[in-house]
Design a protein around this ligand. Structure first.
Ligand code: FES
Length: 105
C-alpha cells in the first residue's frame, strides 16, 4: 500500500536564495529545492537520472537546472530532461504558507 502524502514545512522562503539549489531530506526522499527568479519555488528529486549528479549544485537558468556533472538540462516544472537527452526526475508539489516553503511528499 502506498503511504499517504504529507505536506511538510521545510524552510523559510527568505532563507532560500534565488537560483541557488538546496538539497533537503524529507521522509526518506532526497529533494532539490529551487527558488526561481520568477519567485516560484520548485522541488525535484535531487539526483540526475543520467548518473546521479547532485542537481541542487547545478546552475539554474529560468525554469531549468543544468546538471553539474554532464550538463543535462532538466525542467524544474515537469522534471523532464530536455532533448537531445531523455529521462525524468520526480517533481514535488510546493506551497509557501506564512513565509515557509512546504513540500508534499
Ligand atoms: S549525471 Fe547528470 S548529466 Fe550526467
Amino acid at each position: 500500500m502506498e503511504a499517504s502524502k504529507e505536506k511538510i514545512k521545510i524552510i523559510k522562503l527568505e532563507d532560500l536564495p534565488k537560483q541557488i539549489g538546496k538539497e533537503v531530506h524529507v521522509n526518506g526522499a532526497s529533494i532539490a529545492l529551487f527558488h526561481l527568479t520568477s519567485g516560484e519555488v520548485h522541488a525535484v528529486g535531487s539526483k540526475c537520472p543520467h548518473a546521479g549528479g547532485p542537481l541542487a549544485e547545478g546552475i539554474v537558468s529560468g525554469e531549468f537546472v543544468f546538471c553539474p556533472l554532464h550538463n543535462r538540462k532538466i525542467s524544474l516544472l515537469t522534471g523532464e530532461v530536455q532533448a537531445p537527452d531523455d529521462g525524468c526526475v520526480t517533481t514535488y508539489e510546493t506551497e509557501v504558507i506564512d513565509g515557509y516553503v512546504h513540500i508534499t511528499v
